[in-house]
Design a protein around this ligand. Structure first.
Ligand SMILES: N[C@@H](CCC(=O)N[C@@H](CS)C(=O)NCC(=O)O)C(=O)O
Length: 221
């Protein structure tokens, strides 16, 4: 990793937000030291005083670079793109960049937060939601978000093998973990999203996406 600062990644194997960053690091060929934060053990290690000092938001991922901590997976991916521009995670043209960010944010802001652990815990604790209700909640918001992305991408002339063109971008780094979550965590029927599934198939041709999968992490259970 000569020329790049030392990187430490606070990670949890199941986290789809960390999965995004793992894909980005792999695409860039960047190595990082992994520090697992178990989101369930000990009431959630993300709430420990030690981790709160690293990331006051008490969420993973957090990347420490040159001693400075960065939270938020999109901020981290854009940072990685700036310290190591090749291969690029966003296109060179302004409209292409806007499109990639639209898709990435569509996942990261409008799908992912709703079925997130702390939201599910709050629904359970405060409103007494049972496991069935929580599953329905997750499937509803993920389904609504994926349906919108399917419609957007199916008719997008800029789409190629990947969300934007024939090379993976930050959009794919967000979409693929969300699809993984839909299929393997909440066991949804993803057949209504054929365009997204074709992109997923292309992504898993690349080792960067395969090695980033939750089951391939050292802290996987
Ligand atoms: N917007 C943040 C979301 C990070 C996030 O929500 N991470 C989840 C894991 S995927 C987490 O740490 N959850 C802990 C909790 O809900 O207590 C990002 O993109 O990094």
């Amino acid at each position: 990793m000569s020329g790049s600062p030392e990187l430490v990644l606070y990670t949890y194997f199941r986290s789809s937000a960390v999965f995004r960053v793992r894909i980005a690091l792999n695409l860039k060929g960047l190595k990082s030291e992994l520090r697992p934060i178990h989101l369930l053990k000990e009431g959630g290690q993300q709430h420990s005083d030690e981790y709160k000092r690293v990331n006051p938001q008490q969420l993973v991922p957090c990347l420490v670079s040159g001693g400075q901590a960065i939270g938020q997976s999109l901020a981290i991916m854009e940072y990685l793109d700036e310290i190591k521009p090749e291969p690029p995670l966003v296109p060179k043209d302004a409209m292409g960049r806007a499109r990639v960010r639209q898709i990435a944010l569509g996942v990261a802001c409008d799908i992912h937060p709703l079925p997130n652990l702390r939201v599910l815990q709050y629904l359970k604790k405060t409103f007494g939601a049972n496991d069935d209700a929580l599953l329905q909640w997750q499937r509803h918001w993920i389904g609504e978000g994926l349906a919108a992305l399917e419609q957007l991408l199916a008719s997008d002339p800029a789409r190629g093998k990947f969300c934007h063109g024939d090379h993976p971008t930050m959009a794919d780094a967000c979409l693929i973990p969300q699809l993984y979550n839909a299929k393997h965590r909440v066991h949804m029927d993803v057949s209504p999203y054929p365009t997204l599934l074709r992109i997923e198939e292309a992504a898993y041709q690349l080792p960067a996406f395969v090695t980033a999968r939750p089951e391939n992490q050292p802290d996987a259970e």
